[in-house]
Design a protein around this ligand. Structure first.
Ligand code: PLP
Length: 385
């Protein structure tokens, strides 16, 4: 039974109370979709109220201001400058803009791994007939990619190295600074898919030296679908001319000049059309929660929660020593059957081929960590594996 507001003692309990689903379910699926908070719900209500009260005037006043506020809040979270951030409705649209900025003739090679999320691979897979050579590195253990493999694959014809910060099927953390160093040794760029890291794992893009980083609202940033973020290093953005752009990428978008396209300064030159403003409101409220708690504090708590899952799950999964972010996978013969059986018990997890994924976040408790694994072990006894 949940405690009443006056009985809540730790900050974790207080923040947990902002996520109503935690009172009804054991929610262990942040790596698919972060739980909805009352704060995010009320930010979306604020968006519709402004629309209702002001009509189109909402655009030029509070909505555009909210987009800039979001850019600032996200930049602060990853140690960037606000002008290094572009806002998109999905990671795919951000990738399309990035991919359109390169001249592949002298450097056709894009080095990527077989642990990346499909949308990141597809972006360059479909460009192979157009002159891109996709170099796929294979993970030796399905958990991570040794940075040496990137070093072996990169050469003077490499345009881009693509790597996840946290792998979506294993939770293992990649050394993105090392990937960036390899790229730069060959005069190439690196792009980091940080969808599974930002929010739960501290990141400083300037210290890491990465060129591009993408993430979005769906998961650890608690903003839901419809908002994604692209970081482009300031000096690099100044040199690039993306060809997939919209009017938000123009230096003076409200001049409506159709004779000439003048690129905006900074990462904004990668942007497209009208952003999903409802998602911008949700995205900002989600980031506010993460920033208030502090990513370092969240990470320290995540280590406790992940350790509680791993300790409990020793019998069910191979032990490996790599540092894990908040995703723990358990190999199962029929993961979808396990997910469905757990759902009937009020436990929400998800499946990937051959795996059940458990992803605790700060709104979960150590007791829930133990309970989820115990439920999977119980199902195994019943033959649901
Ligand atoms: C690592 C990773 N990249 C990208 C995505 C999604 O990209 P998009 O915003 O294009 O749907 C996800 C999850 O949905 C993901 O886990």
């Amino acid at each position: 039974m949940e405690k009443t507001t006056t009985q809540l003692s730790t900050p974790w309990e207080k923040y947990r109370a902002e996520f109503p689903i935690c009172q009804r379910k054991t929610y262990f699926n942040t790596c698919s979709l972060g739980a909805l908070s009352t704060r995010v719900a009320s930010a979306v209500r604020q968006f519709t109220e402004l629309w209702d009260v002001s009509g189109a005037a909402a655009w030029y006043g509070p909505w555009l201001a909210e987009i800039e506020r979001l850019r600032e809040r996200f930049a602060a979270l990853i140690g960037a400058w606000p002008d290094e951030i572009a806002i998109f409705p999905s990671v795919t649209t951000a990738l399309t803009a990035v991919a359109s900025a390169f001249d592949y003739r002298a450097r056709p090679r894009v080095v990527i791994s077989d642990l990346e999320f499909p949308t990141t691979v597809y972006q360059w897979l479909v460009k192979e007939p157009g002159g891109v050579t996709l170099e796929m590195i294979h993970s030796p253990d399905r958990l991570t990619i040794p940075v040496d493999e990137y070093a072996r694959a990169a050469d003077a014809h490499t345009q881009l190295l693509v790597a996840s910060h946290v792998y979506f099927t294993s939770g293992v953390i990649q050394d993105i600074a090392a990937v960036a160093r390899v790229a730069h040794q060959h005069g190439a760029h690196c792009l980091i898919d940080a969808y599974q890291s930002i929010g739960q794992l501290p990141a400083d893009v300037h210290v890491a030296g990465v060129d591009f980083l993408i993430t979005g609202g769906l998961k650890w940033l608690l903003g839901g679908p419809g908002v994604a973020y692209l970081y482009v290093r300031r000096d690099l953005a100044a040199q690039l001319r993306p060809t997939d752009v919209g009017w938000f990428a123009h230096r003076d978008q409200f001049a409506f000049d159709i004779q000439r396209f003048t690129y905006a300064d900074g990462a904004r030159r990668f942007e497209g059309g009208t952003p999903s403003v409802a998602a911008v409101y949700a995205g900002r409220a989600g980031i506010d929660i993460v920033a208030e708690l502090g990513v370092s504090r969240i990470r320290a708590h995540q280590i406790e929660l992940v350790s509680a899952v791993v300790d409990e799950a020793r019998r069910l999964r191979p032990a490996h020593t790599e540092e894990l972010a908040g995703i723990v996978t358990i190999p199962r013969e029929d993961p979808k059957a396990v997910v469905a059986a757990l759902s009937q018990r009020g436990i929400i997890v998800d499946a990937r081929p051959g795996l059940v994924r458990l992803s605790p976040y700060f709104y979960n408790t150590p007791e829930e960590c133990a309970g989820v694994v115990a439920a999977i072990a119980e199902l195994e006894k019943q033959g649901i594996t």
